[in-house]
Design a protein around this ligand. Structure first.
Ligand code: B1M
Length: 208
């Protein structure tokens, strides 16, 4: 029932109540991944459907995202308690033209939780910014996220240019419109469907 309250809190855009509801649920011993999947993510999926049907508009979608983020902040420490020794460096960003960061940040938190050092470049990251950050940080993995069908061409462009410049890091991609076959087509080294999948993929690629 309380997971339903979290879900409803997001649909009510209640950024004050959602973190308290998440805390309450954690105190009762509910599994973090249940809170995430059945509460926080399920609510944003519903928001997406309503928006797609024209039953919800942009400011409301934004308000729901803010409520979701407030809830995510509460579980963040549980997801990102990293081991003392970094298992590798991951450069992470949402591609050019795309402002969606919730899924990307979740991927980052879970990678941190798995002991990786994550350098999060944020959203609307142009290829040149990825190249500069690769040069500066020498990551083992570059992780690209995209949520819009209109921005996956930017993902293709970034992968292509990083490969042309002979970047040694493995490049992985993900986000709702991205598929394994698209990842193969653009020459990415890996694709993951969700944040836990991204952690497994990075571990596999780095032989950890
Ligand atoms: Co946007 N939006 N949005 N939006 N938004 C979608 C994506 C959409 C599907 C909604 C819809 O129409 N039903 C639609 C895209 C349609 C399409 O392209 N096919 C859409 C649209 C159209 C737009 C605008 C164009 C709307 C407009 O302006 N008219 C606009 C674009 C702005 C831009 O980016 N330039 C826009 C804006 C926004 C907000 C700013 C209001 C807000 C984002 C706030 C923020 O991120 N800070 C927003 C939101 C909240 C959504 C929905 C509702 C939720 C996205 C989300 O955070 N989900 C979304 C509908 C939906 O997804 N159901 C929608 C929760 C998150 C945990 O999931 O990000 O998928 P997700 O991440 C997953 C996986 O994809 C994966 O792991 C995560 C889960 O574990 N993953 C990776 C993600 N990155 C990965 C990387 C990896 C591996 C896995 O490896 C590197």
């Amino acid at each position: 029932m309380a997971l339903q309250d979290i879900y409803q809190g997001i649909l009510n855009f209640d950024r004050e109540a959602v973190p308290d509801l998440v805390k309450k649920e954690l105190d009762q011993g509910t599994d973090v991944s249940a809170i995430l999947k059945q509460g926080l993510i399920a609510a944003l999926d519903e928001v997406g459907e309503r928006f797609g049907r024209g039953d919800m508009f942009l400011p409301e979608m934004l308000a729901a995202a803010e409520a979701m983020k407030a809830g995510l902040e509460v579980i963040k420490p549980l997801l990102s308690e990293a081991d003392a020794q970094a298992a590798g460096i991951v450069l992470l960003g949402t591609v050019k033209g795309d402002l969606h960061d919730i899924g990307k940040d979740l991927v980052g938190m879970m990678l941190e939780g798995a002991g990786f050092r994550v350098i999060n470049l944020g959203v609307d990251v142009h290829t040149e910014a990825f190249l500069r950050a690769v040069e500066e940080n020498k990551p083992q993995i570059v992780a690209l996220s995209a949520l819009l069908t209109t921005t996956i061409p930017a993902m293709r462009e970034t992968v292509s240019i990083l490969k042309q410049r002979d970047v040694k890091a493995k490049i992985i991609v993900g986000g709702a419109p991205v598929t394994q076959s698209f990842a193969d087509q653009i020459g990415a080294d890996g694709y993951a469907d969700d944040a836990p999948g991204a952690v497994s993929l990075v571990r596999t690629l780095l032989g950890r």
